[in-house]
Design a protein around this ligand. Structure first.
Ligand SMILES: Cc1ncc(COP(=O)(O)O)c(C=O)c1O
Length: 407
C-alpha cells in the first residue's frame, strides 16, 4: 500500500537540527545518573523474573522500506507486552515495585529486596500502602497492573477527555478510577493534593525537581525493551533511530541505552512529536524550563505532553540529532498501511502513538529537503519503536476502518 501524504501535511512537518548534539563521543559517565548499564541490569534481572515476561517481536519491514526509498526498517512491536498493549508496562509496574520496596524497607527498618516484595513476603505491609498516578491511559494501566501484582492499593486520576476504553483498562486491573473535571494538568494537581493529604505515593513517569528516583526507575525498566532489540539485531547496527516522545522518558531510555551500547559510533537519533505538543522540540528552541501550552489534543494521546521530563533532558540535549514534529493527518494512513501490510512484510496492529516514528520517516522521505538533511537514503536502516498496539480498539477502528486483527 503506497502512502502519499498531502502537501499540507508535508509542509506542516517541522524539522530542527539540534546544535547541542555531541557526536563521535562515548556515552559520558556523568549521564549514568539518568540511564546507566548498572540500573538497566538491575531492571532486567528483576523484570525477566515476572511470570508474564516474554520479549516482544522486532519486525523487519523490508518491503515497506523499499517502497519509501530506504534500506530496511526494524519495527519493535510492543502490542503484546504483558497483555497490556504498550511498552509502558515495563516502566509503571517496575516503578510500583521500586516504590514499594523502598517504603517497605522504611517501615520494617531493614533493606528488603524487590524479589521479596514480589514474592509476597511482606504482603501485609504492602496492603497498607497506596500508589496514585494521573494518566491519560497507558501509564495508569501499567501502574494499576503493577499494584495488583505486588499487592498494594492504587488510585488512578483521569481527566475529562480520557476515553472509556482506557478507563475500563485501568479498572480491569482493580484500581480505583478518579474522574477529574478539566484537563491533564488538573488531574495531576488533584492527584498530588490527595496524595499529600493521605500519605499516598505518587508514581509518575515524568520527573521534576525533587522527584527523580521513580522516573529513573521507569527508564531503567524501558531499557529492558532496548536490550531485546539489540539482541534481535544480532550485530546489525541501525543507521537511524526515530523515537516518539511525550515527556521524553521513552526516548531517553532508547537513545541513552543505545548510546551506552554503541558508543561513539552510535546511530543518528531523531525525536518525533505531534505538532500539537512538541515539548522537546520547544525545549531545544526555548530552553528546558519553557512549557509548551497545548491548544488542541493530538490524536497521538500518549504523546500529548506540554512539559518535558527534566531528568530525561540531561541525556536528550547532548544526544538527539534531529527533532521532528508531525501533524495528526499523517497518522491514520500509516496505521492503515501497517494493518494491510506491504508485500511479504508482516501485518502490524499499531496504535496512534505507535506509528509516529514511521509517519515522520515517511514524511522526511517525501520532503526533498529533509531526506538529504538527515542523511536518509537507500543505505539507511531505521529502527522504529512501535510503542503500543490498539490500546483503544474503538479509536483504532475509527481510524483504520476495521477492528484490530488478532495477529
Ligand atoms: C504508546 C506511547 N508511546 C509513547 C509514549 C511517550 O513516552 P514518554 O512520555 O516517556 O516520552 C507514551 C507515553 O505515555 C505512550 O503511551
Amino acid at each position: 500500500m503506497t502512502i502519499k501524504f498531502s502537501s499540507d501535511d508535508l509542509s506542516a512537518t517541522k524539522h530542527l537540527h539540534n546544535k547541542n548534539v555531541k557526536t563521535g563521543i562515548a556515552y559520558p559517565e556523568a549521564l549514568n545518573d539518568v540511564v546507566s548499564p548498572e540500573n538497566s541490569a538491575i531492571a532486567r534481572d528483576e523484570i525477566h523474573q515476572w511470570d508474564a515476561y516474554a520479549p516482544t517481536p522486532l519486525h523487519e519491514l523490508s518491503a515497506l522500506a523499499g517502497e519509501i526509498g530506504i534500506g530496511n526498517i526494524y519495527y519493535k512491536d510492543e502490542a503484546t507486552r504483558f497483555g497490556l498493549g504498550s511498552f509502558k508496562a515495563l516502566g509503571g509496574a517496575y516503578e510500583v515495585l521500586w516504590a514499594l520496596t523502598r517504603e517497605i524497607s522504611n517501615r520494617v527498618g531493614e533493606t528488603v529486596s524487590m524479589a521479596d516484595v514480589r514474592s509476597g513476603k511482606y504482603k501485609d505491609v504492602a496492603a497498607g500502602i497506596t500508589v496514585v498516578s494521573a494518566t491519560d491511559g497507558n501509564h495508569g494501566r501499567s501502574v494499576a497492573w503493577g499494584a495488583r501484582n505486588f499487592g498494594c492499593g492504587c488510585r488512578i486520576y483521569v481527566h475529562a477527555e480520557v476515553s472509556k476504553a482506557r478507563c475500563d483498562a485501568v479498572e480491569d486491573n482493580d484500581a480505583t478510577l478518579v474522574r477529574v473535571d478539566g484537563d491533564y494538568d488538573e488531574s495531576v494537581r488533584a492527584c498530588a493534593q490527595e496524595a499529600a493529604d493521605n500519605g499516598w505515593f505518587i508514581v509518575s513517569d515524568t520527573s521534576y525537581p525533587g522527584y527523580m528516583d521513580l522516573p529513573r526507575a521507569a527508564m531503567a525498566g524501558y531499557t529492558v525493551m532496548v536490550e531485546e532489540i539489540i539482541s534481535d539485531l544480532n550485530g546489525q547496527m541501525p543507521t537511524h533511530v526515530f523515537v516518539q516522545a511525550g515527556c521524553g522518558g521513552l526516548a531517553t531510555a532508547v537513545c541513552g541505552h543505545l548510546w551506552t551500547h554503541y558508543g561513539a559510533d552510535r546511530p543518528r537519533f531523531a525525536i518525533v512529536e505531534p505538532t500539537f505538543a512538541p515539548c522537546l522540540y520547544n525545549a531545544c528552541v526555548n530552553g528546558p524550563e519553557d512549557i509548551f501550552i497545548i491548544q488542541e489534543e493530538s490524536v497521538m494521546a500518549g504523546l500529548s505532553c506540554g512539559e518535558i521530563s527534566q531528568l530525561a533532558w540531561q541525556v536528550l540535549d547532548p544526544c538527539i540529532d534531529d527533532f521532528i514534529a508531525i501533524p495528526d493527518g499523517t497518522i491514520a494512513p500509516v496505521m492503515r498501511a501497517l494493518a494491510t501490510g506491504t508485500g511479504s512484510d508482516p501485518k502490524v496492529v499499531a496504535g496512534e502513538s505507535a506509528v509516529a516514528g514511521l509517519a515522520a520517516l515517511i514524511a522526511c522521505m517525501q520532503r526533498d529537503d529533509l531526506a538529504p538533511a538527515m542523511n536518509l537514503g537507500s543505505d539507511s536502516r531505521v529502527l522504529l519503536i512501535g510503542s503500543e498496539g490498539a490500546t483503544d480498539p474503538d479509536i483504532y477502528e475509527a481510524m483504520v476502518g476495521s477492528p484490530p486483527a488478532n495477529l
